[in-house]
Ligand binder design. Structure first.
Ligand code: UD1
Length: 442
């Protein structure tokens, strides 16, 4: 889907602020639900067909990861371009290399399914990343509880076990991909597994729905206790990925700042509870319907504090975008980041655009309202980039946003979507082929 020459040429956005947004934006499928769903295909010989797969870079990385192991991964084109079919019948090498894991930490999601199905997995340790140390010790401890023998050598984790056996696993800390990894592993274990203090994110529920369609017996997904009765094999299934609540939330915040009227369609407002409540507290005008949210900017935002928490609390993946909004609200907003250390890199770039943000450890204090002025800024991670895109849309002048490959990891054609509702945003090098027509290297 991407090649390096193309990437280098397409790695900047130019955004002219001040335009009003009006119209409808369609939300894509959730990247964070699609990634574990693709890994779940490892658990069966049959094809697993997934619909509403977003065309983003992380999905391409996972396709490469599965293909490198010998899986057949078909990505649909044309009208079927959001469908993928994955068949892991001939998986030859149960290994996830450093080259791929280093670019996407969620690659560790293959660890549980590989050891459950093949009795062996070798996965590179993810190492540090821009938003702090992100260990996988809870995945490893859980797999050991399920009977796997784990060794760590040369930067790789190797797990072995003839057949996993059910166990009670209490997570020391809530982990989303840890819950997903162990839930997948437990589907093929001998006996019952109980996951306590499990993550309750909608993406965990979506994965459980897919696994149950494949013949698994999972109850309690969406609560903090998940029970899985192991089965001897799973079969193929067809599944539609849930809408991306973070992409939807990003557009809602853009709308809260700059929309005459913006309709965010194909989303699931039930998954956006904490965000919508907070935005209403700030004075944002919102209406929700079954699958859409309509937002208007009334220019009268007031400051409100947030603390990031596990679902159903305020998502850490919306913290950076919320900070962009807080710069335009009257008063001081306290933003506490509880999930990840070092997740305020966007703050420094926002300050360069004129924001008044002070960082004190895990807390940021944003004093608003400050006019923002365009500057050359750099993306440091996926959600930080979204925050800068939003800030640039309300800034005075033309912002040049560098390293937008971070945006492409998780947002599908964000510039086209925003342009279609009136934003002035273009990718430098737009004369080159559009992404959808770039040939895929198999
Ligand atoms: C997932 C999401 C990510 C989101 C995050 C928190 C995917 C692909 N990614 O990431 O977008 O920001 O949830 O909502 O779904 N931890 C440990 N040991 C472990 C695992 C995690 O200490 O073995 C810690 C992490 O360092 C972090 C916290 O637990 O402080 C939560 O991390 P976790 O929920 O695992 O995040 P991810 O699943 O990686």
């Amino acid at each position: 889907m991407f090649n390096s020459r193309y990437e280098a040429l397409m790695d900047k956005f130019v955004i002219r602020g001040g335009n009003r947004l009006k119209g409808t934006i369609q939300v894509s499928g959730a990247k964070n639900a699609a990634l574990p769903a693709m890994a779940a295909a490892i658990l069966t010989d049959d094809p697993v067909v997934l619909e509403n797969i977003p065309q983003v870079r992380d999905i391409e990385t996972e396709r490469k990861l599965l293909a490198a192991m010998g899986a057949e991964v078909e990505l649909g084109y044309g009208r079927a371009h959001h469908r993928t079919s994955i068949c892991c019948r001939n998986l030859a090498s149960p290994e996830a290399s450093y080259e791929l894991v280093k670019t996407m930490r969620a690659s560790t999601l293959v660890l549980g399914p590989l050891v459950a199905r093949f009795g062996r997995a070798r996965v590179s340790m993810p190492g540090g990343c821009a938003i702090g140390a992100r260990p996988i010790d809870l995945h490893i401890k859980g797999l050991e509880k399920l009977g796997a023998t784990i060794t760590q050598e040369h930067g790789y984790v190797e797990a072995r076990c003839d057949r996993l056996r059910g166990a009670e696993i209490l997570f020391d800390k809530i982990t989303v991909t840890g819950t997903e990894d162990l839930m997948m592993a437990a589907t093929l274990a001998d006996g019952e597994t109980v996951l306590e203090n499990a993550a309750r994110e909608p993406e965990v529920v979506d994965l459980a729905d897919l696994l149950n369609r494949m013949g698994a017996h999972i109850e309690g997904a969406g609560t903090s206790t998940i029970r899985i009765k192991g089965v001897s094999s799973l079969h193929g299934a067809r599944h539609r990925i849930i809408p991306d609540r973070i992409e939807a939330g990003t557009f809602i915040i853009a709308g809260a700042l700059a929309a005459d009227e913006l309709k965010i369609q194909n989303c699931e407002p039930r998954h956006l509870g904490a965000l919508l409540q907070k935005l209403r507290e700030c004075g944002v005008e919102l209406q929700t319907e079954a699958d859409c949210v309509v937002v208007r900017a009334n220019g009268k935002l007031t400051a409100a504090d947030i603390t990031t928490e596990e679902y159903p609390g305020f998502p850490t993946d919306m913290q950076a975008q919320y900070m962009a909004l807080a710069t335009q609200a009257e008063g001081s907003s306290f933003i506490v980041e509880n999930i990840f250390e070092n997740r305020f890199m966007h703050a420094l770039e926002l300050v360069r655009m004129g924001a008044d943000v002070r960082i004190e450890g895990r807390r940021a204090i944003v004093r608003g309202r400050t006019p923002l002025s365009a500057a050359a800024v750099q993306c440091s991670d996926l959600r930080a980039s979204a925050s800068l895109v939003i800030a640039a849309m309300v800034a005075d002048g033309e912002t040049i946003l560098d390293r937008v490959y971070h945006v492409d990891r998780g947002y599908e054609r964000i510039e086209e979507k925003l342009r279609s509702v009136g934003a002035e945003i273009r990718r430098i090098g737009q004369m080159f082929p559009k992404r959808a027509t770039v040939p895929v290297a198999h």
